[in-house]
Ligand binder design. Structure first.
Ligand code: GCW
Length: 666
């Protein structure tokens, strides 16, 4: 389909497709029981028309009711759950049923996906209901237009202190809705300067316009709050949650905010973290802090999403007992059960910070009486910054599949965040978004698979990373089997490749401080962030066992004992949990040091192989996309070599042990 915009349409480009017998359904479209003036229904209809025209050259006509013979009918079926849709094919007609507009919208995107993938719809019997109630994107966009940890250009929500509302806002909402996103936090969790003013008259009109556009796509707008806003916006000189004047200030503030943005979903709060103010400043608990806000937004149906990324970021490396990995759990577990029912604790997937490999946070399922939400990072902060290819869905899947043992039976992280474990409704998944105003949205064209995949996975947690990759490749490029297989192969291997040339066996970090791209083995070793690898001339790794920091005890059994035992600990996490000599023998029969050498050489070879695969696709990928990705691969190769050489030299010099294969180590 022709696209005159300065940005691409990603998987919604609706290029011509082979008609797998689908066009015949769409001469006439009937809407039965739905108000065709409702913005969501209008958007669903507009999307359907656009997709059908682009992919199959069909231009359907819209009718209110009365399907007879073959066609496509959208029917209201009150038995459906909220957001659910059912698709069936009866007597030559295709029928989409839902109870609400969101169900219709998701059903339409499902149909368009089948058409794009050239799958016959008459075999498409489906009952689809999202697994996770909340499926959110968190933007770390600042109001000056920069994006914290953004690798795809500038913000398309903010510029020079203003809120942007334009056609791109609509396209963004379409893309997000097409993969089932139903909540978006517009601004960075580090709320400073102008962003503190987002909850004032200065910005209400624009924020309300965005909220309205989003609503038409089933998405609720959320904002990040500055916990110290009362002090910065002319209120009391305190942010103490138990101070009556502070609460009174917030009460009035929320009355104003919800009057101007009535469909606002609520707020995301990063408190007491990395210099951000919070309840700890006043000797209060995190629950005190969250509950004060929650009580005050409750009359408006608002929720408070409270982040658990609270840790001491001014550690002393000589202190071997303080362990950053422990911090989230230590700071929150005592408050389990103390939170209002409209509070959700948002927990990063790992206890450290979005490393290429780390253990799953013990808070997930560690708490059993509090609403929980999983936070992952689609933005590739530590995972290659959208220069290096790193398809993150396998990592997200691993986290979802992790068995927490919090209750007998339904106890995986996927169970917990979908509400299956505790029967709650306020839970789900959030991803730090990887988007920006680059024409291709995500810097690297292939990184769009992480945006797409996150949404699809949050909607249907049982999908495999491979299925998602194949869908994304098919929709974005073409349904050619060979092409899809090649792209799926590239995506599926990319996380392990990245892991191989960066930091080994779950130890993480070793990145250049601040920027977090490229190697600096000791970069964080002597700093105050609590991110150590503890390498010396004998060995490497952080002892988090009973004899070390005791972190392992934050897990339910049998996880705790498993991690505590060097023999039973999953090998990919060995150095996350144990400090081991370089001569330690791995299950592969290699010593630890040899594993480090080998995996780093392999990592680089795998990048070279990826480049060959990409080159074999030349001519079958649109030229612009081909060239852009090819150039990124070149930079990835450079990065991988740099990592290999720095890591290998570092450990060679520390250990004094030769590479058995005698390769070049500097
Ligand atoms: O990983 C760290 C990032 C910060 C980020 C913080 C967080 C938004 O380096 O840039 O701040 O995590 O998650 O709050």
């Amino acid at each position: 389909m022709k696209n005159d915009k300065k940005w691409t349409q990603l998987w919604l480009s609706y290029n011509t497709r082979r008609d797998a017998g689908n066009g015949r359904f769409f001469g006439e479209v009937f809407f039965d029981g739905f108000d065709t003036q409702d913005p969501i229904i209008q958007n669903a209809w507009a999307e359907l028309s656009r997709g059908l025209k682009g992919m199959l050259g069909v231009e359907p006509s819209l009718n209110k009711s009365g399907l007879s013979g073959s066609g496509f009918a959208v029917r209201r079926l009150t038995e459906c759950a909220a957001e659910e849709f059912r698709l069936s094919c009866k007597d030559g007609s295709l029928v989409l049923e839902a109870a609400d507009g969101k169900g219709v919208l998701y059903g339409v995107f499902h149909i368009l996906r089948q058409i794009a993938l050239e799958r016959p719809l008459d075999q498409a019997q489906a009952v689809c209901r999202p697994d996770d109630p909340l499926r959110m994107l968190n933007h770390w966009d600042n109001m000056d237009g920069s994006i914290e940890r953004g690798y795809s250009g500038r913000s398309f929500f903010f510029e020079d202190g203003e809120v942007l509302v334009d056609e791109r806002t609509v396209d963004y909402a379409r893309l997000a809705a097409s993969v089932g996103i139903n909540g978006v936090v517009l601004n960075n969790v580090n709320v400073k300067d102008q962003a503190t003013w987002l909850i004032t008259d200065r910005y209400f009109d624009k924020a309300a316009q965005i909220a309205k556009i989003f609503e038409g796509y089933g998405i609720r707008l959320f904002l990040s709050l500055n916990y110290a806003a009362p002090m910065e916006l002319g209120g009391p000189d305190s942010a103490d949650p138990l101070n009556g004047e502070v609460a009174a200030w917030w009460k009035e503030k929320f009355a104003e905010v919800f009057a101007r943005i009535p469909n606002l979903g609520g707020f995301l709060v990063k408190a007491d973290s990395e210099g951000r103010p919070g309840p700890f400043t006043y000797g209060r608990t995190q629950a005190d802090g969250a509950n004060m806000l929650a009580d005050l937004v409750k009359p408006y149906g608002g929720i408070i999403i409270w982040r658990c990324f609270v840790y001491n970021c001014t550690q002393d490396w000589r202190d071997r007992k303080t362990d950053r990995a422990r911090a989230g759990y230590d700071n929150f577990i005592q408050t389990d059960g103390d939170y209002r029912d409209n509070v959700i604790l948002q927990i990063k997937n790992g206890p450290m910070d979005f490393q290429i490999r780390e253990a799953v946070s013990p808070l997930l399922g560690g708490m059993t009486k509090t609403n929980q939400m999983l936070e992952v990072q689609a933005a590739q902060e530590y995972t290659g910054q959208q220069i290096d290819l790193c398809y993150l869905i396998p990592l997200f899947k691993e986290v979802l599949d992790f068995k927490t043992y919090c209750v007998p039976g339904r106890d995986t992280v996927a169970d917990v965040v979908s509400g299956r474990t505790f029967g709650n409704k306020l839970c789900g998944m959030a991803a730090v978004s990887n988007t920006g105003n680059d024409a291709n949205w995500t810097g690297n064209d292939l990184a769009a698979a992480n945006f797409y995949g996150f949404g699809r996975l949050a909607f249907t947690t049982s999908l495999s990373a491979e299925e998602i990759a194949a869908e994304w490749a098919g929709m974005t490029y073409s349904c050619d089997k060979e092409l899809t297989a090649a792209i799926v192969g590239l995506l599926m291997g990319s996380r392990e490749t990245y892991e191989k040339y960066t930091s080994p066996l779950g130890i993480g970090w070793m990145v250049t401080p601040n920027t977090h791209y490229g190697p600096s083995v000791d970069g964080y070793e002597y700093s105050r962030w609590g991110t150590y690898h503890r390498a010396d001339h004998l060995g490497l790794g952080v002892d988090r066992t009973d004899s070390g920091t005791g972190y392992v005890r934050q897990y339910h059994e049998p996880n705790a004992s498993r991690y505590n035992s060097v023999e039973e600990c999953p090998e990919e996490l060995l150095l996350f949990f144990h400090h081991l000599p370089y001569t330690y023998m791995l299950k592969s029969g290699k010593t630890l040091i040899q594993h480090i050498y080998d995996s780093h050489f392999e990592g680089v070879e795998e990048v070279e192989e990826m480049i060959r695969t990409w080159e074999s696709l030349k001519g079958r990928i649109p030229e612009g996309s081909y060239a852009l990705v090819r150039e990124r691969f070149e930079r990835q190769l450079h990065n991988a070599r740099e990592w290999r050489d720095q890591v290998n030299s570092y450990f060679y010099r520390k250990s004094g042990i030769n590479d058995q294969k005698g390769r070049e180590i500097f």
